[in-house]
Design a protein around this ligand. Structure first.
Ligand SMILES: NC(=O)c1ccc[n+]([C@@H]2O[C@H](COP(=O)([O-])OP(=O)(O)OC[C@H]3O[C@@H](n4cnc5c(N)ncnc54)[C@H](O)[C@@H]3O)[C@@H](O)[C@H]2O)c1
Length: 330
């Protein structure tokens, strides 16, 4: 049976990825997480408990402090690594930069070298934040990133991951693909993200702070899209399909945008949640944080050339499902 390592398994995307892989494929999963998310939240233990009830143990390892050799001793050989562990979110408090570099760059290079040691391919999480403001005026294709245009430390760390992985690809050490996720949302999600905190704050009657303008747009992407794309890629890779080489050769970039391709105004997100909850929101505009992009927009042409067609999920309905889940979970 093929063995897959999933890192960041106690996180939002890692948790769903684990359950989806187990449901759809006959594979052995090895799960790693430091259980130290960037934003403290009871959601981590909720996810770990659900994983544990369905027979999945999360091995607690800080990847920034674990050498590739130590990792090999602890977990043995794997056929594929899905690296999702990181400190996510563009708003890095001043003074916390080194934590982001530890988790997001050191952790990443340890995983990359682990893959090199084993000869295993790597699928890793990058981020739409590397595009900076490019998505404000139209969809951004992967190859448009010839030079770095991101705005903060988080985006810089993700860009660094992409560059190092490209070097390893070119040198024949590790085949990989970086998935540039665009604002992923769904149940068991991250309380620091807008869709989640808006819901929470409206229900608590607490003011919502909107940074910059509620006309800024985000390409909100349902977790279901991410899971379908990941499963498709994993199946191909495990069958020794040449998909990673083909993705790279397409435009000289081992990356794929994973976004809905339909940006939504922050103001519209708020309206959808307000309507669903039947409660009004108190909100205040404050200055744009320098690390925040003014707009994100995924160009899906490259994705559509390699991955299977998507279900067409309606944004309003999907946010509605999230709110229903939130109210049930309370
Ligand atoms: N959710 C999104 O919208 C989004 C968008 C773009 C990119 N991403 C990226 O996708 C990945 C998953 O994001 P998420 O939303 O599930 O975040 P998350 O915070 O819910 O999950 C990340 C997990 O990684 C773990 N972790 C952090 N540092 C670690 C380390 N050094 N060793 C081991 N585990 C460590 C954390 O404990 C956490 O459980 C991240 O790499 C993130 O940067 C997410």
């Amino acid at each position: 049976m093929k063995r897959i390592l999933v890192t960041g398994a106690a996180g939002f995307i890692g948790f769903h990825t684990t359950l989806a892989l187990k449901k759809c494929l006959d594979v052995e999963l090895i799960l790693i997480d430091s259980l130290r998310p960037a934003f403290e939240s009871p959601m981590t233990s909720t996810r770990v408990n659900i994983l544990s009830k369905s027979g999945h143990k999360v091995v607690v390892i800080n990847l920034a402090k674990c050498s590739p050799q130590e990792l090999q001793t602890q977990i043995g050989k794997v056929d594929l690594v899905i690296h999702l562990a990181a400190s996510p979110g563009v708003r890095v408090p001043l003074g916390d930069e080194s934590v982001y570099f530890e988790n997001n760059v050191l952790g990443f290079t340890n995983i990359l070298n682990f893959c090199a040691l084993l000869g295993a391919p790597l699928v890793f999480a990058s981020s739409s934040s590397i595009y900076g403001d490019k998505g404000q005026s139209g969809p951004v294709p992967e190859a448009s990133m010839q030079t770095y245009t991101g705005r903060g430390i988080y985006a810089l760390a993700k860009w660094t991951n992409e560059e190092i992985s490209r070097l390893y690809y070119n040198n024949g050490y590790v085949k990989s693909v970086g998935l540039r996720f665009f604002s992923v949302y769904g149940k068991y999600g991250r309380p620091d993200m807008a869709y989640y905190s808006f819901t929470q704050r409206i229900l608590e009657g607490v003011p919502i702070k909107i940074f910059g303008s509620n006309d800024h747009r985000r390409d909100f992407t349902p977790i279901e899209y991410v899971l379908a794309d990941l499963l498709f890629l994993v199946e191909k890779i495990l069958k020794n399909d040449s998909i990673l080489d083909r993705i790279y050769e397409y435009d000289g970039s081992n990356t794929l945008n994973i976004g809905a391709g339909q940006p939504v105004r922050i103001g519209s997100l708020l309206e959808v949640i307000v309507e669903k909850l039947g409660k009004s929101a108190i909100f205040e505009l404050s200055e744009l944080i320098p690390e925040e992009s003014t707009g994100t927009w995924s160009d899906n042409n490259k994705r559509n050339s390699f991955l299977s067609p998507r279900l067409d999920l309606d944004f309003k309905e999907q946010i509605g499902h999230f709110v229903d889940w939130y109210l049930d979970a309370k």
